[in-house]
Design a protein around this ligand. Structure first.
Ligand SMILES: [Cu+2]
Length: 117
């Protein structure tokens, strides 16, 4: 009887220690940034630009609101870096403008109206 409750207590301690350590190491941040684009293909390209990027856990762009929701580990990369990755695929973001060559490479339907610079 006594042994089992002691074992339970030890197990509980072990579980809370594991839970605490994962909490402190995974510094996940959630941020939203505006990304210009038109359609479902834009969505694929924008989200695809962040797929497999180390530190980015999720990326979701909404074509109506033009907002990109990103979850990332801010010990691995910054929001600026994330925006640069998106811009490299041809899409202007709130803070980073895509290179003209990357924009020109987009499919016709994806050529969104750029703000005049
Ligand atoms: Cu498109």
């Amino acid at each position: 009887m006594k042994n089992t409750s002691l074992f339970r207590l030890a197990a509980l301690c072990a579980i809370s220690i594991v839970a605490l350590s994962t909490l402190s190491t995974a510094a996940e941040k959630k941020e939203s940034v505006k990304v210009w684009g038109n359609c479902g293909m834009c969505k694929k390209t924008i989200e695809g630009a962040l797929k497999g990027v180390d530190g980015v856990t999720s990326a979701s762009w909404d074509k109506k609101s033009k907002m990109l929701d990103v979850k990332y580990d801010d010990s691995k990369l910054t929001m600026k870096k994330i925006e640069e990755k998106v811009a490299a695929s041809g899409y202007d973001t709130q803070n980073v403008k895509a290179a003209d060559a990357a924009y020109d490479g987009l499919k016709k339907c994806c050529k969104y109206d750029r703000k005049k610079s």
